[in-house]
Design a protein around this ligand. Structure first.
Ligand code: ATP
Ligand code: MG
Length: 240
């Protein structure tokens, strides 16, 4: 089930604080079912804070978050995850003392309505590297393999939307391209993707819509075409 306007995620007027620091300021952020949205902004502008707020890891002081037609503003992160929101945090989160296979088994569960679109086999299909390393320990993986495993784990909860922070940080160009191709496959399978990354050109190719945060406020929102048209303004905000 989606909200009446077809959005899987619809956050309005979010104000989030860290202690006395006012970080998000009246942020509106929506994601349509199956849509890929990029979240842009310079360092410290609030991208991670927004993802953590959407995921329920931080509670907004004001505003509302609708997810799959339900108000999850006050829900716990675990409940939001069960409702179909997957999260790939910055710096990943592979269990070092479990094998690749065990890391995946641990994450596997049906989505809302018992959907099992993603199984371990499906993950091995999109990430053949993980299949080759299924018996390796988490701490024996390269950065790229860890990122694949973390994305694989998020998908195994059969989510409606995945939030991916710093999708390709620290990865070699070839591995980065692998991650981008996978995100395309994920989107083709109908999972909505919210992605944060520093490689703006790649994001413009990947995502249909872009949201730019500056000092915790949304200062631009638009399609790739609109972003190109307003590039002078946007690039100034991004410092590129
Ligand atoms: N745990 C925290 N406690 C206090 N302030 C924090 C905390 N985490 C982040 N901040 C502050 O909140 C603001 C937004 O940080 P956030 O991590 O959301 O930025 P970001 O856009 O993800 O940046 P980056 O591109 O560097 O990852 C920054 O000013 C940061 O210093
Ligand atoms: Mg961040």
């Amino acid at each position: 089930m989606s909200t009446t306007n077809g959005d899987v995620l619809d956050a309005r007027g979010l104000d989030t604080f860290y202690g006395a620091s006012h970080i998000l300021r009246g942020v509106n952020f929506r994601v349509g079912a199956g849509e890929t949205v990029s979240l842009l902004g310079r360092n410290g502008m609030g991208k991670t804070t927004l993802l953590r707020t959407l995921m329920g890891l931080l509670k907004p002081k004001r505003g509302s978050i609708m997810f799959n037609g339900c108000d999850v503003t006050r829900s716990r992160a675990s409940a939001i995850a069960r409702a179909g929101m997957g999260f790939v945090p910055e710096g990943r989160g592979v269990f070092p003392n479990l094998t690749v296979e065990e890391n995946l088994i641990f994450a596997e569960r049906p989505g809302q309505g018992g959907r099992m679109d993603w199984t371990r086999e499906a993950i091995y299909e999109i990430f053949p590297r993980l299949a080759e390393r299924r018996k390796n320990w988490g701490n024996q993986l390269s950065g790229g393999e860890q990122q694949m495993l973390t994305i694989g784990r998020a998908l195994l909860s059969n989510p409606r939307v995945v939030l991916i922070d710093e999708a390709t940080e620290g990865l070699a160009p070839k591995v980065r391209d692998d991650i981008w191709s996978t995100l395309r496959i994920i989107a083709q399978k109908g999972v909505a993707v919210v992605v944060v990354d520093k490689n703006i050109d790649d994001l413009v190719d990947l995502a249909g819509r872009h949201v730019v945060l500056a000092k915790g406020e949304v200062l631009f929102e638009g399609t790739s075409k609109q972003l190109r048209t307003e590039w002078e303004f946007v690039s100034r905000m991004l410092g590129v």
